[in-house]
Design a protein around this ligand. Structure first.
Ligand code: BGC
Length: 268
């Protein structure tokens, strides 16, 4: 293996049993990290990701935890620590959608999305930051004491009718990430977000599975291609590595230009 920029580092990817999380877990492992593949319900999906990693000579374990539950998060960090040692990289990826018009949205739908997408990122980041500070910098592995990558979305800045719980959760992730980045920088902990656009995963399957739906979706993507999970995996490796050492508190949109107000390409 050539690019081993994360050699011997220990990573945890939440919501890694499918989609973007699975691709990020595989990409980090390819770059030399030992990976905790977190899942909430799909042990099958997580085990498949672990098999894919181990089949190509990498190291990974599946760990169950619902990131919105404090005790489960604490237990997940203990389990990873016992298996591989103290964490170097946290990727806060677990997230879901429960769509409804704002007038029809139930409190349950609202709470579910906020608790997994936003509170889950807080709970995992808190455990990671404590572990990073306790352990400190290991210069042979990385010049930072730890790295946190928050999986945000283009919807941290693009309003989304019919998805107000999701957009609010990602808007919240933006300022959670920036506030943590400001607070943790003196400890040499780096915190950044990736803001994916439309990536082909189960979460948005209806938006790309038929040619008609895909054509509609492409109107929103100047680069004229729907994203693939590995588009995000590659960026996660770079953001987790010392190659991006001086990048702190920023969102890197990986969206084929979706955040560029595509309607203005011809209008305005
Ligand atoms: C959502 C997808 C959506 C994409 C672009 C993502 O954050 O999860 O469902 O296709 O944003 O709108």
């Amino acid at each position: 293996m050539k690019n081993q920029s994360l050699q011997d580092q220990i990573a945890l990817v939440t919501g890694a049993s499918s989609g973007i999380g699975a691709a990020v877990a595989v990409a980090l492992a390819k770059a030399g990290a030992k990976v905790g593949v977190n899942y909430a319900r799909s042990s099958r999906g997580a085990e498949a990701v672990v098999s894919e990693i181990t089949a190509s000579g990498g190291k990974a374990i599946a760990i169950q935890a619902d990131v919105s539950q404090e005790e489960q998060v604490i237990r997940m960090f203990e389990q990873l620590d016992q298996t591989y040692g103290t964490l170097d990289i946290l990727v806060n990826n677990a997230g879901l959608q429960q769509d409804a018009s704002m007038m029809d949205m139930t409190l349950e739908q609202w709470n579910k999305v906020i608790s997994v997408n936003l509170t889950g990122q807080f709970l995992c980041s808190r455990e990671a930051a404590k572990a990073f500070i306790r352990r400190g910098i290991v210069p042979e592995r990385s010049c930072s004491a730890g790295k946190i990558i928050c999986m945000s979305s283009v919807h941290e800045v693009i309003p989304w009718a019919g998805h107000c719980n999701y957009a609010a959760s990602k808007g919240g992730v933006m300022l959670l990430m920036k506030s943590m980045a400001q607070e943790l920088a003196p400890h040499k902990i780096r915190v950044n977000s990736i803001g994916p656009g439309a990536i082909k995963t189960p979460i948005n399957q209806s938006a790309w599975e038929t040619p008609a739906a895909e054509a509609e979706l492409l109107k929103l993507i100047p680069y004229n291609r729907v994203g693939e999970p590995m588009d995000i995996g590659k960026v996660a490796v770079w953001l987790a590595s010392d190659e991006s050492e001086y990048v702190q508190g920023t969102t890197l949109f990986v969206d084929g230009g979706m955040t560029l107000y595509p309607g203005f390409a011809t209008g305005g």
